[in-house]
Design a protein around this ligand. Structure first.
Ligand code: ATP
Ligand code: ATP
Ligand code: MG
Ligand code: MG
Ligand code: MG
Ligand code: MG
Length: 232
């Protein structure tokens, strides 16, 4: 019978609860495109940054965030997005295969780590593709040229050979994208009937929507300006 089957097989649930994530920790899920290098080639992505692809990534992440109320911040760069679930989240019964960060500092360090990765990769890619697209080097030659160079050397190549000040490159490429919830007041008009008279009244309700930021998230400013992301 189904009752028998249930009692006989129910033990497998324990395998799931075994890996329940520690309570009261932020849960971070980072998705990185599989073999995106190839995907980018197949679809002729603009190099080093294809803005349509970045837009599509962020549009997708926005949908995820709007669908899952428990996500407090999402951070994207290149072919990856990190989703941070609030500490009290019970999504998927907190089942594991994720990374746990117990403190605000640990979580900020995680996001800082990803943004630092964004910076290092984008500086390299910007010089690399300048050498190829504007300097006439082959990809092998460009790779050789950049072997062993420091950040200062790369900035110098960009400036002296291509008249590019790296600090003026678009923020979205240098800093990636942080999606957070923003409160907005929405005013609509509503028909009401007061003592046999139709009246229009303005109704303001507070709604939240996802907003995108391309700023530094390593320093304190972003976190001071958005105190609601992390629990105090
Ligand atoms: P893996 O399977 O390990 O994830 P991968 O090919 O996805 O391998 P990554 O290190 O994740 O390699 O890097 C993603 C690659 O995708 C980049 O090196 C770049 O070539 C390409 N890419 C991703 N997003 C963009 C973009 N917006 N514009 C241009 N190229 C991009
Ligand atoms: P790329 O940016 O070139 O795609 P990547 O994302 O594959 O590189 P890195 O950014 O160099 O890799 O470093 C992340 C690696 O570190 C991952 O491969 C992951 O397996 C490993 N790792 C170890 N500890 C952690 C952690 N706490 N959080 C996330 N990744 C971790
Ligand atoms: Mg990566
Ligand atoms: Mg990778
Ligand atoms: Mg990838
Ligand atoms: Mg990647």
């Amino acid at each position: 019978s189904s009752v028998m089957a249930k009692s006989k097989f129910e033990y497998v649930r324990n395998f799931e609860t075994d890996d329940t994530c520690l309570r009261n920790c932020y849960i971070v899920v980072r998705l990185d495109g599989r073999n995106f290098h190839k995907f980018a080639e197949m679809h002729n992505f603009a190099k080093p940054n294809d803005d349509r692809a970045l837009g599509l990534m962020t549009r997708s992440a926005r949908s995820v965030m709007e669908d899952l109320d428990d996500i407090v911040i999402a951070y994207g760069q290149s072919d990856e997005y990190s989703f941070v679930f609030k500490r009290s989240s019970n999504w998927f019964k907190r089942r594991a295969r994720v990374i746990l960060y117990p403190s605000n500092q640990n979580l900020r360090d995680y996001l800082s780590w990803r943004q630092a990765d964004c910076h290092i990769n984008n500086l390299y890619n910007t010089v690399f593709w300048s050498l190829v697209q504007r300097g006439g080097l082959s990809t092998v030659q460009a790779e050789d040229r950049l072997k062993g160079t420091l950040a200062a050397d790369k900035n110098e190549i960009l400036f002296s050979e291509f008249n590019i000040n790296y600090n003026n490159e678009p923020l979205i490429h240098r800093k990636g994208t942080s999606l957070i919830w923003e409160k907005v007041d929405e005013t609509t008009t509503k028909q009401v009937r007061v003592s046999n008279e139709d009246k229009e009244v303005a109704v303001t309700r507070s709604r939240k929507r996802v907003s995108a930021h391309h700023c530094d998230i390593i320093g304190d400013q972003f976190w001071t300006e958005h105190p609601d992301i992390l629990e105090s």
